[in-house]
Design a protein around this ligand. Sequence first.
Ligand code: PLP
Length: 221
Amino acid sequence: MSIAENLATLRKEIPEHVTLVAVSKTRTTAEILEAYDAGQRHFGESKAQELTPKAEELPRDIQWHMVGHLQSNKVKYIAPFVSLIHSVDKMKLLKVINKEGQKNERVIPVLLQLHIAEESTKFGMSFEEVCALLESDIYHQMDAIEVQGLMGMATFTDDTDQVRKEFRQLKAYFNTVRDTYFKGREAFCTLSMGMTNDYRHGIDEGSNMVRIGTAIFGARK
Ligand SMILES: *Cc1c(COP(=O)(O)O)cnc(C)c1O
């Protein structure tokens, strides 16, 4: 199957209210262009040093998402153009993003990453840490970031019940955070959950943004 065919299949399956982010890490610009020519505009990368040269080379109307773990010292490379940073897992990182937003005279949209999986290898904050962040004075003084929602990764397992349970928990956190801290603020509307192996469960449990690489571009080397 070609990239265009894979995209067409996915688009048929994914409801219209769900944004498909094509995760293009390790893929060549030629592969990304193939998806672009098939109408795809949202692309995700997991490394700033890979994202920046690709963004320079590829069409300007691509919306670039940073989906992977982001180190504070790499924020400056993506701050001028990134559409959405999914992986904010520390106050310190958010502070740096805010500072870079100010330098670039723009407001940078972000998601807060929650740790919902059983694996300790996955990044993200606890629900309590998210609440503490959103209640802090430091957060309230930030004027160059906008928290638009939450992101989370389920445990990598064939146990469907486990994956569902984790996604359901994240959706419940999302509702609570929205109703507690973002009442009447429509910008807080994105729940990023679901990858190639679990996006159907993510959507069923309330995701409205999925991050899919393998099902579009094939297996990574
Ligand atoms: C690589 C990656 C994806 C896409 O993974 P696939 O299994 O190839 O769909 C999604 N989210 C994050 C954070 C990733 O690093």
